[in-house]
Design a protein around this ligand. Structure first.
Ligand code: ATP
Ligand code: MG
Length: 211
C-alpha cells in the first residue's frame, strides 16, 4: 500500500498544488515512485504542470492523473510508494473522504486571517470527524518579508493546537518555475529551494513520528 499525503483546504489558492508538486519532487528524488492524484477536475493544475514537465524533459519524472473519485485514484495504488492527493479549491464531501484515507494531511495557508481562519476551522472539523490531531499539519505559503507577521501566524497556529510545518516565501521565481513544469524546490534560487525542503523534511519527520 502506498503512503498517502493530502493537501486540502476550505478556500482556494492557498498553495495546495504548489506543495503537492514540491513534495512529489522531493520524494521522487529519493527514488520513491510517486503519483499525484489531481482531484481538481476544473483546474487540473498538477496535470497541466506535468505536461509541461514532460515536454521540457525535467527529472525526476512524476506520475500525475486527474480523478473525480477517490476510489478510482486508489485503484492502482500498489504501483506507487507515495500518493499525493491534491484537493480541489474548496472543501466538500470529498475533502473528508480524502482525509480519511490519507496517512498525513497538510492544510496550506497564506498569512492572512482570511486564509488561516478557514483552515483552522477545517482542521477542527476533520478532528470532529475522527482524524487525529497528529495527522494534521499547517504549512504557510506566499509568505512576505515581515518576520513579525510570520511569528504571529505561527503562534496562532500553535495556540490553536496544530503543528506548524514551515513556509514558502512569495517569489516570482516560484510561479515561473510552475509555468516551466518545475516545482517550488526546483527554482533558480538555492535559498528558496532549501526553505521549501525544510518544510518538506518536517512533513517527512511528522509522518515518521506517527509510526
Ligand atoms: N510562494 C509563491 N510565490 C509566488 N507564487 C506562488 C507561490 N505559491 C503559489 N504561488 C502561485 O499562487 C497560485 C495559487 O497557488 P496554488 O495553485 O498552489 O494554490 P491552490 O491551493 O492549489 O489553488 P486552488 O485552490 O485554486 O487549487 C498559483 O498561481 C501559484 O503558482
Ligand atoms: Mg490547486
Amino acid at each position: 500500500m502506498a503512503l498517502k499525503i493530502a493537501n486540502l483546504s476550505q478556500k482556494g489558492g492557498v498553495g495546495k498544488s504548489t506543495l503537492s508538486r514540491a513534495i512529489a519532487v522531493e520524494y521522487a528524488r529519493n527514488e520513491w515512485d510517486v503519483k499525484i492524484a489531481d482531484m481538481d477536475l476544473k483546474q487540473s493544475t498538477c496535470s497541466l504542470w506535468n505536461r509541461e514537465r514532460m515536454k521540457n524533459s525535467h527529472s525526476p519524472q512524476i506520475a500525475v492523473e486527474t480523478f473525480s473519485k477517490v476510489k478510482d485514484a486508489l485503484r492502482h495504488e500498489e504501483n506507487y510508494d507515495l500518493m499525493i492527493f491534491d484537493g480541489s479549491g474548496h472543501a466538500d464531501l470529498q475533502t473528508l473522504e480524502i482525509a480519511q484515507i490519507c496517512d498525513y494531511i497538510i492544510l496550506p495557508s497564506g498569512l492572512s486571517k482570511d486564509d488561516l481562519t478557514p483552515q483552522i476551522k477545517l482542521a477542527h472539523e476533520l478532528r470532529k470527524k475522527g482524524i487525529p490531531r497528529k495527522k494534521i499539519g499547517i504549512a504557510l505559503s506566499r509568505v512576505g518579508k515581515s518576520a513579525r507577521e510570520l511569528n504571529d501566524t505561527v503562534e496562532y497556529i500553535e495556540l490553536a493546537g496544530y503543528k506548524y510545518l514551515g513556509y514558502i516565501k512569495e517569489k516570482t521565481s516560484v510561479s515561473q518555475s510552475h509555468d516551466e513544469g518545475l516545482a517550488a524546490n526546483e527554482t533558480k534560487y538555492k535559498s528558496i529551494n532549501e526553505q521549501v525542503d525544510v518544510l518538506i523534511q518536517n512533513v517527512v519527520d511528522s509522518i515518521q513520528e506517527l509510526s
